[in-house]
Write a protein that binds this ligand. Structure first.
Ligand code: NAD
Length: 477
């Protein structure tokens, strides 16, 4: 059998102890892996590499593209960048995968039947980091949702569900409000779900979905969602499951992936041989499934569940009467190794499907994109901000073939014929629509507005795509 080469970084604090424990388990299982070691984290930071990754380590990671990483201590202050954010961005790791489950009665949890996996889109949404101050009063953050980005994470969620023998994938969005961005994510989910008829699929609005995750997590299985919602849901789920020290996590891209424990480098217990290596071991199990070594993943996972059931526990989860023997990091790894080949009696033994996790992006037909108007954003703070004063100035402009349609403030129509009671900030949007438009018409309009001394600070072109409106309506339009 051919071996898979992976990169291993021991990390900081308890990182070396738990990484060595995990490598011992992998080796005792004769897992067909070859290891290449790199040093990333504290030492690299202190040598002056602000990302915590030396150029040599980068070369190895870029060449091998599969990384098992111990936790990293991020030095306080001083312009250091997070290793995780750097890896995520540079390797295009679009999916964050966080399994959260209870292991009761061996580990206490409020929800003994909880067994949820959260797949969070990792690169887009409000985390694209495109923010602007627009005026004295207004700041904006661009929420970026793309079709390829949505397809990648959603397809990954269904492939993940298939590989791990899961039953249902739930999409969570707020598309009742954000009809374009979250609406696209939901629509792509519905399209892709049809390709996986053996899996159940449904959609929940994120607020009710989060409430359900906190109160009835046993009703959920695999959750796929946008970046911000996923960030919040992952923490709710980890807290509710009560097993953050046991959880692994994966950051996955089209042709690269990084696996790590959810917890940090725990400097308070480093070097004492008492850290629980389970989080990193579960991350290594995710790695094995990812690279198509499902059989090895299953053997190691089942041996680990047997050790938990037999009450062989590290101090962080030791609790009488469910624990029988308090052990350190090394002895816990020995206990897992002794149980390789055994299946648990009470905790669910897992069967992973062979084949690994691969996604193949679809090529989509291009739609006809037609310019049908423009939104011009103005900064204006005069005449008590009475909309009709600004509106009447705007009406004097001959914008033909563009026609002035309406003016909004904070998304609410304020001119003409509008509810003038809404509080008004110092940034206004004027909507123009027209037929047979070219961008020259937009430029001519901007020139006229500018000539009247009105401050333009932003425009958005309005398009249709195959005749379908590609912009939202104003409140009251
Ligand atoms: P932490 O997760 O390291 O520790 C929190 C508490 O949990 C501590 O009491 C610790 O002893 C305990 N703990 C953590 N892992 C354990 C394990 N495997 N076994 C037993 N007990 C364990 O969080 P922190 O103290 O906030 O962070 C410490 C350092 O880790 C910081 O520098 C932080 O930036 C870094 N960190 C790194 C990552 C990562 O590399 N992905 C994630 C989180 C934090």
């Amino acid at each position: 059998m051919s071996t898979q080469r992976i990169v291993v970084a021991h990390g900081d604090g308890i990182g070396p102890e738990i990484t060595n424990a995990v490598l011992r388990v992998l080796q005792a299982n004769n897992t067909p892996l070859e290891y290449e070691f790199v040093e990333i984290g504290e030492r690299a930071y202190l040598k002056g590499h602000s990302t915590g990754i030396s150029p040599e380590a980068w070369e190895v990671i870029r060449a091998q593209r599969i990384l098992l990483k111990g936790p990293i201590t991020t030095p306080q202050g001083g312009g250091y960048k997070s290793v995780n954010v750097t890896l995520r961005k540079a390797l295009g790791l679009f999916a964050n995968v966080r399994p959260c489950r209870a292991y009761t009665p061996y580990v206490a949890s409020l929800h003994p039947k909880m067994n949820v996996v959260i797949l969070r889109e990792n690169e887009e949404d409000l985390y694209a980091g495109i923010e602007y101050r627009q005026s004295q009063e207004v700041v904006l953050d661009l929420k970026v949702v793309t079709r390829p980005g949505s397809e990648s994470i959603i397809r990954y969620a269904f492939e993940y569900a298939r590989a791990y023998g899961r039953k249902k994938v739930t999409c969570m969005t707020k598309d009742n409000i954000m009809k374009m961005t979250d609406g696209l994510f939901h629509r792509v989910f519905d399209e892709i779900a049809r390709e996986y008829p053996e899996l159940k699929s449904d959609h929940l609005i994120i607020d009710i979905g989060a409430a359900r995750l906190a109160a009835q997590p046993e009703m959920l299985d695999v959750i796929v969602t946008l970046n911000l919602y996923g960030d919040i849901l992952s923490d709710i789920a980890a807290q509710v499951a009560g097993s953050i020290g046991l959880a692994g996590s994966a950051n996955v891209g089209q042709d690269a992936a990084m696996f790590e424990a959810v917890h940090g480098s725990a400097p308070d217990i480093a070097g004492k041989d008492i850290a629980n290596p389970s989080g990193l071991l579960n991350a290594a199990i995710q790695l094995l499934v990812h690279v198509g070594l499902a059989h090895d993943a299953q053997r190691i996972r089942n041996a680990w569940l047997c050790a938990l059931e037999d009450g062989i526990h590290t101090p962080d989860i030791f609790r009488e009467p469910f624990s029988a023997q308090r052990v350190g990091t090394r002895a816990f790894a020995d206990a897992v190794i002794e149980r390789l080949g055994n299946a648990p009696e009470f905790l669910d033994a897992l069967t992973y499907r062979e084949g690994g996790i691969h996604i193949v992006p679809r090529a989509l037909p291009k739609q006809e994109q037609k310019l049908v108007g423009v939104d011009v954003f103005l900064v204006w703070d005069k005449a008590d901000r009475a909309p009709n004063v600004l509106g009447n100035q705007i009406l004097q402009i001959d914008a033909s073939p563009l026609q002035f349609k309406m003016m909004t403030n904070r998304g609410v129509k304020v001119f003409p014929d509008a509810n003038a009671e809404t509080a008004r900030a110092d940034m206004w949007r004027c909507r123009y629509l027209g037929e047979n438009l070219a961008f020259d018409h937009v430029l001519a309009l901007l020139e006229q507005i500018n000539r009247r001394g009105i401050h333009i600070n932003k425009i958005e072109n309005l398009y249709t795509f195959d005749g379908e409106r590609g912009y939202s309506l104003g409140q009251g339009e």
